[in-house]
Design a protein around this ligand. Sequence first.
Ligand code: UP6
Length: 289
Amino acid sequence: VTKRTYADRAAKHPIPVAQQLLAVCDRKRTNLCVSVDVTSKASLLRIADAAGPYCCCIKTHIDIVEDFDRDLVEQLQALAEKHDFLIWEDRKFADIGTREGDLMTEEKFGLTRRLVYSSGIYKIASWAHITNAHLVPGEGILTGLASVGEPLGRGLLLLAEMSAKGNLATGEYTAKNVEAARRYPNFVMGFVAMKRVDEREETAGGVTAGEGPDFVIMTPGIGLDSKGDGMGQQYRTPDEVIRESGCDIIIVGRGIYGGGDGNPSEEIVKQCQRYQAAGWESYERRLKE
Ligand code: UP6
């Protein structure tokens, strides 16, 4: 996979949203996803508008926005159209799911466990191209989320690994994520992970390393100027992540928006250009190596 271009992978991917994401990377020459973790609607929209031309994806934590409303979602969607990026709501679902055989019964009794994805204030499935989940509750979570997301052409990332110091998503747990993902090839488009977990985990569900579905690896914990935030976050460079570890997309938050309500827009543009260039050069070097 690490020797294949985004364009080639886009053309062959079974999940519409993954096709779209990989095609955007190719078209805009960027593997940068900007994480916009701010608490006001105005800041979120301002930063997304400034970062939009340089990234393939904007990642939100929609529940930290204090003045959230439907208009925010509509404006964000309009920016996604204008700048050609995808929207990922970093919801990290981890509640109990549904067994395949129970879906009919749930249909009848009100779809309770899937409502967190489709309903409530945020109605994530209606606007986020991508969301993510932990496998902690077991594979039922995938059945439940897929029943909502798959018909809409959405994609899911499993958190197979995490960037925080001392996190527990390692070893056998990571391998279980890869195995589970292989059973949902039309919905699980990839992983949040620190390396190419689908090729490097030893117990990958009886599938030879490197074979099976094409997974997109999206990687947080990226910084060009700092090694950590003093609160457990660990930063690596785009080159370590894209070229050395074989990941596909770099996720940059504070390195670009700067924390708080965000850097001035000119600074955001400057940092985006810097991370975009670093991520793309690493990808091109990886293809040649
Ligand atoms: N994130 C991580 N590590 C993970 C999973 N998710 O940092 O393992 C998310 C955080 C934040 C972003 O929730 O939104 O990625 C990283 O932001 P930063 O670049 O400002 O550290």
